[in-house]
Each structure stands twice: as C-alpha cells, then as structure tokens.
Design a binder for this molecule. Structure first.
Ligand SMILES: NC(=O)c1ccc[n+]([C@@H]2O[C@H](COP(=O)([O-])OP(=O)(O)OC[C@H]3O[C@@H](n4cnc5c(N)ncnc54)[C@H](OP(=O)(O)O)[C@@H]3O)[C@@H](O)[C@H]2O)c1
Length: 359
C-alpha cells in the first residue's frame, strides 16, 4: 500500500507544510488540499505535488475530493471548527482520518464514531502530533507496568515557541479554564494552581496542571480514572497565569475580542524557525500508581515539538496505510506504546540518566 493515495488538508499552514515536506522527504506524493488555491499553488509547485482547493463548507465537493484518496491527514485547525465536516466526508468517502488535534472535545467527537469507522473498515486517529503521541505512548508504557493503576500524572517540558494555529487553539480553550480527570470524569481546575517541581533528564522544572489532550486520550488508552497533565512554565509565569487567566478567559469569551485576537495571532505569530526546530529538545515524564502504592515512572527525550509532529504524522500515515486498522483509536491503541521510539531522535528512560540526575 506504499503508493496508496493520501491527502494533507490545511497543507499550507505552518504545520501542514512541515508534514508535506516530511512526506516528500520519505518518498510520498500526497495530494495537497486546503480552502485557498492561491496559497496551495506555490507550495504544490515547490514540492512538485498535485493539489486541490476545496472548502470545508462545501460538503459535496469535499466528499468528492476525499473519496479519491485512502486517507486524509487533517492539518487545519482549531479542530472544534474543522473536524466535523472532514469526519463526515471521510465516513462518506470510506477514507481513513488522521489529525493533529490536542483539543479534548474533539477527541470525544472522533471516538463517538468508533462503530461507524469499524463498519466502513477505516481508521479514525486524532492526535498524531506532539499532542499526544509521546505522552500517550509513555502513559501506556507506565500503566502497563502497574496492576490496576488508578492515578496517572504526565509532565511536559516543550513548546518554547508556539505556531499560529496552536496559539489560536489556546485562545479558543482559555475561556474553558483548566481541567483534570477525577474518578473518570473531567473536572474544572483553576489555571495556575497546583504547580510543583519535576525532575527531567535535563534538570528540574516547575510545571502546572493544564488541560493537555491526554485527559481524553490517556483515559482511553489506559482506563486510568485520575489523570493530571502538567506543562513546564517558570514559577513567575505560573503566578501570572493564576492572576490573569480568569480575566483573560472572561475577555476571550466575547466573540469579537476572540476574533480580533485571532487576527493579531495570524499576523504576528510565526512559530519556531528551522534552527529552533532542529536544535530544541522536548521532555516528558509519566507516572502511574495503584491504590496499593505500587508505581512505575519513565521519561522521554525527543526532538522539538513541531518537528516531532511532522515526523510522527507521516509515520502514523504509513502505519495506517500498511496495517489498515478499523475503528477510532488513540495513537498508542493503534500503534502500541513503542510507536514513539520509531520517531528519530527519541529516547525512553526508566531511570533518570545518571550524569544529568538532579538532587
Ligand atoms: N498535535 C500537535 O502537537 C500540534 C502541532 C502543531 C499544530 N497543531 C494544531 O494543528 C492546527 C494547525 O496549526 P498551525 O500552526 O499549522 O496553524 P496555521 O499555520 O494557522 O494553519 C492553519 C491551517 O488551517 C486552515 N484552516 C483553518 N480554519 C479553516 C477552515 N475553517 N477551513 C479550511 N481551512 C482552515 C488554514 O487555512 P487559511 O490560511 O486559509 O485560513 C491553514 O491552512 C492547530 O489546530 C494546532 O493547534 C497541533
């Protein structure tokens, strides 16, 4: 199936372009798609790929375009606005669907289509980027070492600089505030609260609970009912978040302000440059524990988050085209906990590397 046809939708966005470039580097020839012919043409000419301009709002044209390929790699977000029409087109066209969302409601939306995907013999796999491949794989790795785990904690040190789409997605989700999972249910959690220090392979970092996609995906991959996901910030930034989040969240609930902020982001946020993508590293820690006090922890060290997203997305496409899973899956369910080790530059540690151990 290596020559199977697939499409990247949102191909001219910051991350869509990285995925298209990585696909070509690995010898693929995906069709590039998006809503603007003007933005698609130069990218398709540079990469020497076919392209098609089609709007997500034109259900008939989208269905027709999607039905010509075996798989869509959906790279256009925020997904709360873009996932539904593409999922509909993929189900109608008998076309597998992958995306790079990290948005908790979107994971639920996709998983609710499990049966429909199984009947059509297609795969629906949201979150095949940095959010959530490394955390999902590490969560499964530690959960599998503990009988009946009840608690999972994940901490991430990455994302020194965000892309336009990630920033817009953060603006969309800020009014919802923080979340954790307790007793199997998502519970509100005040942003900026609950920060603490974590040991990573590169030193100690302060991190605070944020609503990372694993609150949905790790629950599905491991069944663990209590999950907290932390992101590293300076203690000062965490204090600022505690003070400013309620005010900012309130302002962003006003549609006109959110749209204005989105336009400013589009003009000013560029995402990490090539040098940063090549040099920066990302770190993850996971710990699973059971009611008897047994626990397992592990760490991952990997490449910069947007570079990781491009590498993981293309590897996920290759696995789906080769293995043809049917149903709706998390990355770790579809490809196993070791999938993350296929991503170049990734190492997993069961203990902190001795030389970099911190007191
Ligand atoms: N999982 C991860 O780790 C990860 C990593 C990177 C990005 N992401 C997510 O991926 C998405 C894209 O991020 P990015 O930084 O690449 O964003 P970006 O540079 O702003 O690009 C967004 C792309 O989506 C398209 N788009 C947005 N809304 C659309 C709509 N309603 N209909 C059709 N096309 C639409 C844009 O087209 P126009 O220019 O025509 O608007 C553009 O091609 C975001 O949701 C981001 O959060 C996730």
């Amino acid at each position: 199936m290596a020559e199977a046809k697939w499409m990247i939708y949102g191909a001219y966005g910051y991350t869509g372009t990285l995925i298209a470039e990585e696909a070509v580097r690995r010898g693929h020839r995906p069709v590039l798609a998006g809503r603007s012919a003007e933005k698609l043409r130069p990218l398709a000419e540079r990469l020497d790929l076919n392209w098609i301009a089609v709007s997500l709002d034109d259900a008939d044209a989208l269905r027709e375009a999607v039905a010509t390929v075996n798989l869509v790699m959906h790279a256009a977000g925020p997904y709360v606005h873009t996932a539904a029409p593409m999922l509909r087109a993929c189900l109608d066209g008998i076309t597998s669907y992958l995306d790079i969302t990290g948005e908790i409601p979107v994971f639920g939306e996709v998983y609710s289509l499990d049966q429909a995907a199984w009947e059509r013999e297609i795969a629906l796999i949201p979150g095949v980027g940095f959010d959530v491949v490394p955390t999902d794989c590490l969560a499964k790795y530690v959960a599998d070492q503990v009988p009946n785990p009840v608690t999972l904690e994940l901490a991430i040190d990455a994302l020194s600089k965000t892309s336009p789409g990630t920033t817009k997605t953060l603006l969309e989700s800020l009014p919802e505030g923080g979340l954790v999972r307790r007793d199997g249910r998502l519970r509100p959690y005040s942003l900026g609260q609950g920060g603490r220090w974590f040991s990573f392979p590169h030193g100690r970092r302060y991190a605070m609970p944020i609503p990372w996609g694993d609150l949905a995906t790790a629950y599905r991959s491991t069944g663990i009912p209590n999950i907290t996901t932390y992101l590293a910030f300076s203690p000062g930034a965490a204090r600022l978040a505690r003070l400013a989040a309620p005010l900012l969240g309130g302002l962003l609930r006003i549609g006109a302000i959110r749209r204005l902020a989105g336009r400013i982001v589009k003009r000013t946020v560029k995402g990490p440059d090539e040098a940063t993508r090549q040099q920066a590293r990302s770190y993850i820690w996971a710990q699973a524990a059971n009611a008897e006090g047994q626990e397992a922890q592990a760490w991952l060290e990997t490449v910069e988050a947007y570079r990781f997203t491009a590498l993981a997305a293309v590897r996920a496409v290759e696995r789906v085209l080769a293995e043809r899973p049917r149903g709706a899956f998390t990355p770790a369910q579809a490809f196993g906990a070791d999938f993350v080790l296929d991503i170049e530059g990734t190492k997993r540690y069961d203990t902190l590397p001795a030389l970099q151990r911190t007191p």
